[in-house]
Design a protein around this ligand. Structure first.
Ligand SMILES: Cc1ncc(COP(=O)(O)O)c(C=O)c1O
Length: 488
């Protein structure tokens, strides 16, 4: 394939506030002395992620997808090139070779999250959404059940409400509060106390928001379980930069996509389920691979106990070895430097972005979520405002970023609850927009809510982010200083 030419960031573009890169970097290093303990990640970026700088990318979408190291791909391809693997559902030698690797990968996954194999089962899925759907469609909701979830959730967690609704369960949302988009703790405590005794009820929340980066307290897991709830913890945005210890916390269901942690492979997700919780699930169907016996004439089927009963058809088996390679890659680096680096860069970035002003003193950027690095990760959602306080279309910011070779994201990131709170969209406003037409597209929101921003800009940091990346983000932001929204 021909190489793709990407737009390049122009280092010396004049902007009002920032000092030259080297000076700012030195000030940053003085302010964050512990950052120097993470320099191994700079060498790693140079050697194992060299495409990034060779092609001049500024990658700020780690919550969208992690990046893969070239060595991960090489190791995986070498394994495939040197071996013969068959479909793991048989007992022939090539099949057994594959089965061994898959079972070893399950062990590595459990070890990585410090999960006791007596307590947890590792189910491979297609992605986090696939894991969430498995729980949603199989959870034994009844008319006595509740499905309790937080405003701050990915749509694939929101979507479980439709399974709950179809079985007559009650659905309740816990709001997030402005300005920090943290959970309304009083309401959560109250709602948790409202569970019907004897019912199977589910409480779902993310360990880290994919919108605001807020990290919700994992102490809620114990509190909810003590009140009789099963707990689903979505860790898709948390585990790329934070360790999860399943000996310390014991959520009933844990969901993630591996590409968010280490970029490669895509197409494999994880459901970690406590054995007792898994045994409660009632699968709505059976498929190849999930049964011990199924009969046509006898009209009967028996599901496998454990993981296999939840893995429909043939696993993405040639790809699964890349999961172990990715987990080993993260383990060889360790979460400490990854987390430290991401949080130091996030701290600097928040301060710089939040302080940019137009000449008339009006702030350029409003950050949604905490402006300190307490209880948050390296994901920042924000909107830009002109000197008169009018929002600047997030799509314009994204377009400018694209021109400068910066990969960031704009929109609501599949997290409408956080988005609607952050953007101040009321239930009435939304309901009247939805009443206009039956087939609703994102563009229809923009037409309906002309005076309000319908999305935000998201910047997210990860494993190999460096100071240059965040510096360039601030440069991008400064290019909007003193510009009127209508002229951009
Ligand atoms: C917090 C969170 N949960 C779930 C998902 C869904 O992941 P996937 O699209 O890989 O299924 C995402 C994806 O962005 C996410 O950020």
């Amino acid at each position: 394939m021909d190489p793709i030419n990407f737009p390049q960031f122009k280092q010396d573009e004049e902007t009002p506030g920032l000092l030259p890169l080297d000076q700012e970097r030195q000030i940053f290093l003085n302010e964050y002395p512990g950052y120097s303990t993470t320099t191994r990640l700079d060498s790693l970026r140079e050697i194992d992620y060299s495409n990034l700088d060779r092609q001049g990318h500024v990658y700020l979408d780690f919550t969208g997808a992690g990046l893969y190291a070239q060595s991960q791909v090489k190791q995986h391809h070498q394994l495939l090139q040197e071996n013969v693997f068959g479909n793991p559902h048989s007992s022939n030698p090539t099949s057994l070779a594959m089965t061994r690797i898959i079972e070893k990968t399950r062990e590595t996954v459990l070890k990585f999250f410090n999960a006791d194999p007596q307590e947890y089962v590792c189910v491979f899925t297609n992605n986090a959404s696939g894991s969430l759907k498995l729980v949603g469609e199989s959870f034994p909701f009844t008319q006595q059940s509740h499905y309790l979830l937080t405003y701050d959730n990915h749509n694939s967690v929101n979507g479980i409400r439709e399974f709950a609704r179809s079985k007559g369960a009650k659905i309740n949302y816990i709001p997030v509060l402005l300005p920090d988009l943290q959970l309304d703790q009083d309401d959560l405590r109250f709602q948790l106390s409202q569970k019907n005794s004897g019912s199977n009820s589910l409480f779902a929340f993310p360990a880290q928001s994919n919108f605001s980066g807020v990290q919700h307290s994992l102490e809620w897991i114990d509190i909810a379980q003590a009140a009789g709830w099963d707990v689903l913890l979505d860790v898709a945005a948390f585990v790329p930069t934070n360790p999860l210890d399943l000996q310390k916390y014991h959520p009933d269901f844990v969901t993630l996509s591996f590409y968010k942690m280490f970029g490669y492979p895509t197409g494999v997700g994880l459901l970690l389920a406590r054995r007792q919780a898994l045994s409660k699930l009632q699968r709505p169907w059976f498929a190849g691979g999930t049964i011990t016996v199924a009969s046509v004439k006898g009209d009967k089927y028996y599901l496998h106990q454990g993981a296999e009963g939840f893995e429909d058809g043939t696993l993405n088996y040639l790809t699964i070895p890349a999961v172990e390679i990715g987990l080993n890659h993260i383990s060889s680096i360790g979460y400490e430097p990854i987390h430290k680096r991401v949080m130091d860069l996030t701290g600097w970035l928040i301060k710089k972005l939040a302080n940019i002003q137009h000449t008339n003193g009006q702030k350029l950027i409003s950050i949604y979520g905490p402006e300190s690095i307490e209880n948050r990760g390296g994901t920042l959602a924000m909107n830009f405002y002109d000197p008169n306080g009018h929002f600047i279309d997030h799509l314009r910011v994204e377009a400018r970023a694209n021109e400068m070779g910066i990969s960031l994201r704009s929109g609501c990131f599949c997290n409408p609850g956080d988005g609607e709170m952050a953007l101040g969209l009321s239930a009435d406003e939304l309901t009247s927009c939805f009443a206009i037409k039956t087939n609703f597209e994102y563009q229809d929101f923009r037409t309906c809510l002309v005076e309000k921003s319908t999305g935000a800009v998201r910047v997210s940091l990860g494993l190999v982010s460096n100071f240059d990346d965040v510096y360039k983000m601030v440069k991008l932001a400064e290019s909007f200083v003193n510009k009127k929204y209508s002229e951009i």
